[in-house]
Design a protein around this ligand. Structure first.
Ligand code: SF4
Ligand code: SF4
Length: 267
């Protein structure tokens, strides 16, 4: 079965709408066996009105705890380990409190112990994403069904407007061919090319088959994932019970990641 680029894009978009992983579409294309029945949604697929995360780094005690989350993501998504630090590609990474919350770093009422810790950072899947507004080809777009901010590597023309627009540094550019820098390729997930931007896509391919995001699964409870619109979800309960903050709220992007910085109720 041959398939041109236009047909491929149509199918990839159908897979997004139906909640089918792009990898499965690509595998089926390469097997020459793609049929309409194979793009029906998996009954195990996890669904939400708006996916979000609550991150409690007090549950990460060693460097290894952080690294497990980072490796879990980067290994399954074929994120290259570029030896040139200026060309680093990252979907999830750690950084200091000061860099994570620059506007509150001087706040003396914050939990001092937490201010000494590193935070796990990744795309915030903003409700009002600055990156989406500036993309000239709609390579990045927000799924209306569940709020995930996607990145279609096939439509990306490498202009990097999205990188300039994102205030969280959540996007990376492939300055070199990423493939030689992948330790062990996961054949179930697509690799990228030189000249395209990439980022966390909330493990949409895992959600489509009923699995939690890989980082959450390896986080020892530090990353909780769930539906922010469901008042009975664990994320909503945590946000109600704990003192949480989001990154740079003053910019109005409305991040979907909440960081726990205290045990008490909201003021
Ligand atoms: S964190 Fe950046 S890349 Fe992610 S949705 Fe928000 S603006 Fe876009
Ligand atoms: S949600 Fe998935 S893609 Fe995003 S940082 Fe976590 S493991 Fe990586």
């Amino acid at each position: 079965m041959s398939m041109n680029r236009r047909q491929f894009l149509k199918l990839a978009s159908a897979s997004t709408i139906l909640g089918v992983g792009a990898a499965s579409v690509i595998n089926n294309i390469s097997n020459g066996s793609l049929e309409a029945a194979q793009i029906h949604p998996d009954p195990r697929a996890l669904k939400a009105k708006r996916w979000g995360f609550v991150v409690d780094v007090s549950k990460l005690t060693t460097d290894e705890d952080y690294q497990k989350c980072i490796d879990a993501c980067h290994d399954i998504h074929n994120v290259p380990n570029n030896p040139n630090p200026r060309h680093e590609v990252k979907w999830i990474w750690k950084d200091t409190y000061e860099h994570t919350f620059p506007n509150t770093a001087e706040d003396k009422i914050m939990n001092r112990e937490l201010q000494e810790k590193n935070f796990l950072l990744f795309c915030n899947h903003c409700q009002n994403p600055a990156c989406v507004r500036v993309c000239p080809t709609k390579a990045t777009f927000k799924r209306e069904s569940d709020g995930i901010v996607m990145q279609d590597m096939h439509r990306c023309i490498g202009c990097r407007f999205c990188m300039a627009a994102c205030p969280f540094g959540a996007r990376s550019f492939n300055y070199t061919d990423p493939r030689p820098n992948i330790k062990v390729e996961n054949k179930e997930f697509p690799t990228r090319m030189i000249g395209v931007v990439e980022k966390c896509t909330a493990c949409y391919e895992r959600l489509a088959v009923g699995k939690q995001p890989a980082c959450a699964e390896k986080s020892n409870g530090a990353i909780v994932f769930g539906d922010l619109e469901d008042p009975n979800s664990e994320v909503r309960k945590l946000i109600t019970e704990k003192y949480t903050i989001r990154r740079k709220p003053e910019l109005g992007t409305q991040p979907s990641i909440y960081y726990v910085i205290g045990g008490g109720e909201h003021a």
